[in-house]
Design a protein around this ligand. Structure first.
Ligand code: KIV
Length: 272
């Protein structure tokens, strides 16, 4: 049985819960590896666009693109909760569209959906909850707002902006989201929002005091082509490992060393 959204909703550090661990995954092997590591939540993020599909930002994926990858992640039957990102424009037009698009992700195997924004998204959150679809919120440096923000810029850097973010966080909690991602905000804002809310916060570039942390698979494993953000801690250099392994294969093919006899099928027996 995988971890449910009501179980995640209870995971406040101040109530003694261990921090939530969330990592992105986009395919079956990725989901299998991160689940074996014991993460609580697998996010099929719209970062799919940048880190897997080579696009400049997250505006270049549709709900069907995400659903395609949710299906692969769900095929790993993880113990972790699977949450899928509602991509840009999949929840901005109408409540009906929002529910239909979220339905695609749920039918593909997600157990909840994540969307970006605060009070401006409450009608969509309500429509999703009315359709029995659990919702995770996402505030701060919301990447789908890159054009509106004029770049990937840390948010809530003034008292006034931090107050507005806190109001958005309260509004999302009151509407019924089960957890909230806080991205790219000063640490004290991460702390303040976490202390103010009863639902868990999951930080990415929001300091050490949130109720959990999330990183992108390719960033933490050293497989990303983009420069790392300040908050990324890289735990492995798999990019180098992959290039070395494939170079060794290429060199063995070119030298005639691969395949050897034990890697080849036995010859057809002579006719008698
Ligand atoms: O898509 C994603 O990877 C995300 C995380 C950065 C939280 O939304």
């Amino acid at each position: 049985m995988s971890i449910s959204s009501p179980a995640i909703r209870e995971r406040k550090r101040r109530r003694g819960s261990p921090p939530l661990v969330m990592v992105t995954a986009y395919d079956e092997p990725g989901a299998r590896y991160v689940d074996a590591a014991g993460v609580d939540i697998i996010l099929v993020g719209d970062s799919l666009a940048n880190v897997v599909l080579g696009q400049p930002d997250t505006l270049h994926v549709s709900a069907s693109d995400i659903a395609h990858h949710v299906r692969a992640v769900a095929a790993a039957t993880p113990r972790a909760h699977v949450v899928a990102d509602l991509p840009w424009l999949s929840y901005h037009v109408s409540e009906a569209d929002t529910v239909t698009n979220a339905g695609l992700l749920i039918r593909a195997g997600a157990q909840s959906v994540k969307l970006e924004g605060g009070r401006n998204r409450l009608p969509m959150v309500r429509a999703l909850l009315n359709a029995e679809i659990p919702v995770m919120g996402h505030l701060g440096l919301t990447p789908q707002s890159v054009l509106a923000f004029g770049g990937f810029k840390v948010q809530a850097k003034t008292r006034e902006a931090a107050k507005l973010l806190l109001e958005d966080a309260h509004a999302l909690q009151d509407e019924g989201v089960y957890a909230l991602v806080l991205e790219g905000v000063p640490s004290d804002v991460g702390t303040m929002v976490t202390e103010a809310l009863d639902i868990p916060t999951i930080g990415i570039g929001a300091g050490p005091n949130t109720d959990g942390q999330v990183l992108v698979f390719h960033d933490l494993l050293g497989m990303s082509s983009r420069p790392s953000a300040k908050f990324v801690r890289q735990y492995a250099d798999l990019g180098t490992v992959i290039t070395q392994a494939v170079s060794a294969f290429a060199s063995d093919v070119r030298s005639g060393d691969y395949p050897n006899e034990s890697e080849s099928y036995a010859p057809v027996p002579e006719a008698d």
